[in-house]
Design a protein around this ligand. Structure first.
Ligand code: NA7
Length: 537
């Protein structure tokens, strides 16, 4: 589409993943003049960018889709955990059903946004594209928008192919028989390694911290039968708001020690067999909160996992006898026979904890023990400046000349995980201090997105120009975030939930740990009280 320079909008939505697409649809249905801008060339957000072999969502459908019957009544998934290409096809389908393309500008990277106090509007500059003006700036840049690659010396000297998985080359590298490295064992590294072990001549996985990954239990739906019948979908979507993490399951109201050891084993086993995140998020309520309960969960995981690996040394690296960190306080991944790849002769594992990467050479990677591991291709699955990076990489200036990045230099501050004092008429979804990353994307997109649309409607009805966060409510929200985190084991563990993965990033809980039901109620109460904690003028 063509958008003329200085076009004035009711709202500008940034980012065409679940969050942005939902807001464009909802605001347009309400009759607003709204546009969506996206730096990629199509819809999908993380699914647009992540095309590496094995890329797949680890939230089961139908939780991981929009709740609009217009979409779900006709759409059939091929698998319980769809892969990235199927998710892109779903976005294409949604865009067609909702007729989104006429209001979406692709290939458009937002460089800066500046608040104009006189006009009560945002001026948004795009790289090599139009400058737009909008009453509301709605950022849906996602939690994994800014890639992170550690600055190991020598990367530029590497003569083979060096790739971050979210920039997977369109002219697919031929990996058959090649010497391949996967650095990092987060969800991306685990998925990649599982797939590449089937084709690589030799695959070397570089692990710093064990991933306490759980069996996914994929289900094939290609025969046309989805597990849950369509008529049950609506109540299931409604129940997303009643579950801690936006699924249909929840923690059980029982402590780990309420059961006998035999009952506990049986319960753990039943969760294990169900797959999905059940062993993480449908377990005893005290698992994330008390070290002993957490250790018990770890021990079950450890014994199950060690039994899948043949070599004793590898068992100790992948699933150590001593608990490496609190179970579930680093993002758990779902796997499909990941641990078994280490029984193959063409797969080896480097433990970066005891033998870190020292540098990159022309031919490969030199570890601190002096070995140079030679590769044709190195896949650097080292993650993202998670949760805040997508927002802070835009030059956003509100009522003062200070950017959002500078404002958050010493620590993140938001109200309700959606707005910031000094940045009027600006909201974001799936960002810091919200249930982000513990709650699946579509659930958050709808809960937060609907609330934002209600604010926009409220202001229209009351003929208001400006909504800003009151500093006191922002301070109270930050205290709440810390209080909830300190009740849990989250701060005991190094993870991107705590900002630990990026050098220099403040250490703080970036996620809200109160669970979706409490979060949802807080949003509802705020709206009922005429948006308490916000100043409307
Ligand atoms: P993650 O989860 O951040 O994983 C990154 C991996 O890279 C992880 O194993 C890290 O080890 C490792 N890493 C990062 N920096 C380094 C350095 N400097 N040295 C060695 N190893 C390093 O990113 P993903 O892309 O896998 O997943 C992102 C999210 O997408 C995921 O959580 C899901 O929500 C979907 P560490 O664990 O920090 O020791």
């Amino acid at each position: 589409i063509h958008i003329s320079n200085e076009q004035e909008l009711d709202a500008l939505v940034v980012g065409a993943g679940f969050g942005g697409v939902w807001q464009l649809k909802r605001l347009r249905d309400e009759g607003y003049n709204v546009k969506l801008v996206e730096s990629g060339t199509d819809y999908g957000g993380v699914w647009y960018w992540n095309r590496y072999p094995g890329a797949r969502v680890d939230s089961a459908i139908p939780h991981y889709e929009f709740s609009d019957p217009l979409l779900y009544k006709e759409w059939s998934w091929k698998q319980r955990f769809p892969d990235s290409s199927e998710l892109r096809a779903y976005f294409t389908y949604a865009a067609k059903k909702w007729d989104l393309r006429k209001d979406t500008l692709f290939n458009t990277y937002v460089e800066s946004a500046t608040w104009d106090e006189q006009e009560s509007k945002w001026t948004v500059k795009t790289k090599d594209g139009p400058t737009l003006k909008a009453k509301f700036l709605l950022l849906n840049t996602g939690f994994a928008a800014k890639r992170y690659t550690p600055d190991w010396p020598g990367i530029e000297s590497f003569k083979g192919t060096w790739v971050h998985p979210s920039f997977w080359p369109h002219d697919e590298p031929d990996l058959m028989g090649k010497k391949v490295a996967v650095i990092g064992t987060g969800s991306t590294g685990v998925q990649l390694a599982t797939d590449l072990a089937k084709v690589a001549g030799h695959l070397t996985v570089f692990q710093r911290t064990p991933n306490l990954a759980l069996p996914m239990r994929q289900v094939d739906y290609t025969n046309g039968d989805q597990e849950i019948p369509r008529p049950e979908y609506q109540s299931l979507f409604d129940h997303r708001k009643d579950s801690f993490s936006g699924f249909s399951f929840n923690f059980v109201p029982k402590s780990t020690w309420d059961d006998t050891p035999e009952q506990r084993q049986e319960f753990y086993q039943s969760l294990w067999d169900k797959g999905d995140f059940q062993y993480w998020l449908a377990t005893y309520y005290d698992m994330l909160f008390t070290p002993e309960a957490n250790k018990e969960a770890y021990n079950f995981w450890r014994d199950k996992t060690r039994a899948r690996v043949k070599n004793d040394k590898l068992k100790d690296i992948l699933a150590p006898m001593e608990q490496p960190h609190a179970f579930g306080c680093k993002r758990i991944s779902l796997e499909n026979k990941y641990f078994e790849i280490f029984n193959q002769p063409n797969v080896s594992l480097v433990d970066m904890k005891t033998n870190p990467i020292e540098s990159v050479t022309e031919t490969g990677i030199r570890t601190c023990d002096g070995t140079v591991h030679e590769f044709d291709i190195v896949i650097c699955a080292t993650g993202y400046d998670a949760i805040t990076g997508g927002l802070t990489s835009i030059d956003i200036r509100g009522t003062t000349d200070q950017t959002l990045k500078e404002t958050w230099k010493d620590g993140t501050a938001t109200n309700l995980g959606m707005s910031v004092s000094g940045f009027p008429n600006m909201f974001f979804t799936y960002g810091p201090q919200a249930p982000t990353a513990l709650c699946n994307g579509p659930t958050c997109a709808e809960i937060q997105g609907d609330w934002i649309v209600d604010v926009v409607n409220h202001m229209k009805v009351k003929d208001l120009k400006k909504v800003e966060v009151e500093i006191e409510s922002q301070k109270a929200w930050a205290e709440n975030i810390w209080k909830l985190a300190n009740m849990s084991l989250l701060p005991s563990t190094k993870s991107w939930y705590m900002g630990d993965n990026i050098p220099g990033k403040p250490r703080e809980p970036l996620i809200y740990l109160g669970g979706v039901p409490t979060y949802y109620k807080t949003l509802e109460d705020c709206a009922k009280e005429g948006y308490s904690g916000f100043k409307l003028s």
